[in-house]
Design a protein around this ligand. Structure first.
Ligand code: PEP
Length: 256
């Protein structure tokens, strides 16, 4: 397998989004067992446990980055039930997932609101993973490119965002068992990259890792990761099973 020079310069990132799963004890056991399997940062392993387990997981993780699945757009104040970015840093988080489709569709988060969170994340020093992706209806109506372009334009800023990661996650593929084909995913990743090149300087846009998310499993990860613009994966369901997650991460090396 020959990978492009540009891709080789970007890190391979395998990220797990645990959503509302795992107690503190379960998270500790998982992170302990995962950490011993990855003694280098290649591939880069990211885990986003629920808020309650971030601190415990971060204390154990030596080679894994621990982050959050969401955060408030405010710095602090009377916002019952919210978590501020600086609290996440305090708990040991280094990154935050923003604009996940469940936040967009279940909790009605708009691009403008996600952009506010992104600004706050950058301000406190959290690495943002910005998720974009179209619904099945939008795809069937031929609007997939327009949707991701609008999401990128309205969530990002015109100046470069340090360490920005984009995750392309077609809504119809999340938790459905239906993965985008590697060709469909690559096509959308290319569209994301083109849009990033219009927003930022071309050289900066080339450095931004774009992850694919949507029913990634050990059986489909290798083919997805072989594509020139798929720099890693954001994994939901399969990130809860240690052997599956480790097998997905191993495909990064197989493609190198
Ligand atoms: C996700 O929640 O970001 C995700 C991609 O989930 P799954 O892998 O279960 O489709």
């Amino acid at each position: 397998m020959i990978i492009s020079m540009e891709k080789a310069k970007r890190p391979c990132i395998i990220a797990g989004n645990w959503k509302m799963h795992k107690t503190i004890e379960e998270a500790e056991t998982f992170v302990r067992d995962l950490d011993v399997k990855f003694e280098s940062t290649d591939p880069a392993i990211y885990i986003a446990p629920p808020f309650t387990a971030i601190s415990a997981a971060a204390k154990i993780a030596k080679h894994i980055s621990i982050g959050a699945q969401n955060m408030s757009d405010a710095s602090e104040g009377a916002f019952t039930g919210e978590i501020a970015g600086k609290m996440l840093i305090d708990a040991g988080a280094t990154f935050v997932i923003l604009g996940h489709s469940e936040r967009r569709h279940v909790f009605q988060e708009s691009n403008a609101f996600i952009q506010k969170k992104l600004l706050r994340a950058v301000d406190v020093g959290l690495q943002p993973i910005l998720c974009v992706g179209e619904t099945l209806k939008e795809r069937e109506d031929g609007k997939a490119y327009d949707v991701i372009e609008t999401q990128l334009r309205e969530c990002l800023l015109e100046e470069p965002i340090p360490n920005l990661i984009i995750a392309y996650e077609p809504v119809w593929a999340i938790g459905s068992g239906k993965t985008a084909t590697p060709e469909q995913a690559e096509d959308m990743h290319q569209a994301c990259r083109k849009c990033l090149q219009t927003l930022f300087k071309k050289e900066f846009a080339k450095t931004i890792p774009i992850l694919y998310g949507g029913s990634v499993k050990p059986g489909n990860a290798k083919e997805l990761l072989s594509k020139p613009n798929i720099d890693g994966v954001l994994v939901g369901g399969a990130s809860l099973i240690l052997d599956d997650f480790v097998a997905i991460a191993a495909t990064c090396k197989e493609n190198a």
